[in-house]
Design a protein around this ligand. Sequence first.
Ligand SMILES: Nc1ncnc2c1ncn2[C@@H]1O[C@H](COP(=O)(O)OP(=O)(O)OP(=O)(O)O)[C@@H](O)[C@H]1O
Length: 320
Amino acid sequence: MTDLAIAANGLRKSYGDKVVLDGVDLAVPEGTIFSLLGPNGAGKTTAVKILSTLVSPDPGSGRISVGGHDLATDPQAARAAIGVTGQFSAVDGLITGEENMLLMADLHHLSRHEGRRVAAELLARFDLTEAAKKPASTYSGGMKRRLDIAMTLVGAPRIIFLDEPTTGLDPRSRHTMWRIIRELVADGVTVFLTTQYLEEADQLADRIAVLHDGTIAAQGTAEELKRIVPGGHVRLRFTDPAAYRSAATALREASPDDASLALRIPSDGSQRALRSVLDRLDSAGVEADELTVHTPDLDDVFFALTGGVDLPHQPTEAAR
Ligand SMILES: Nc1ncnc2c1ncn2[C@@H]1O[C@H](COP(=O)(O)OP(=O)(O)OP(=O)(O)O)[C@@H](O)[C@H]1O
């Protein structure tokens, strides 16, 4: 057994002439959240389908192992270790939440007694006990999504693939889902998450990979990815025009914005850089009325990586 829950080398997949995955390497340590980001059609779902044994990779692909099992030689064992919650819900709306759970328990060959115990426990955990006897078609989007994950957990998988788990959910339901995902990982489960929401990857993922043109354009922690795009700065705002002019003289590298009496100073936002700005303001005897630090966010990274902008360097092999 390896300490990587998911390991893939040179993952390739084409549909006819269309190359969807063109040599993708993935390494997801056990008990972590990995997020695959990419624009629509980038191949995220295809990657999830291959890793969860629903679709075969092209013959040119390298070794893929999931849960320590080689997908080529032991797909059955890999399948037993995973759970998949896709973009299209497995929930049957015609039967109740509880019946959906019991159906999953049957599929996993749990005894009647054990099935009822597991179903009740998971329904309670996902705050669905009250709604358990109602048809799932009457559930809200958030409740359906929670039921979907609860159904995935009936088989106690060690690795869970969540394909866009919060698409279409309101902010409250999205936060509930984030709490659920964090709790899963606290229990030692590995989560492979695809999302269109950069904030979601930023909030949850230990590591993020950006998929673009069939390859991984960059991967690392959210902080590592943010460091590869320029744009960090400190913004100082003044109410007194004289103070504004003195500050502009003291901070020669600043870009002035005369209309709003604001100065923009390129900065990595570190403590040392901030101290240098404040020291120079002190020496000039001026005080800013407002100071804000802007660090690039994942949106900046995403658009830079998938929009053809030239970047200085990419920490693809950044230390784990
Ligand atoms: N079975 C298939 N046959 C032919 N083409 C396919 C098939 N499945 C996916 N594709 C194509 O492969 C590309 C990647 O699709 P995929 O669903 O993996 O993207 P995605 O990143 O998950 O996109 P989205 O965010 O829109 O869900 C798309 O161009 C899609 O049309």
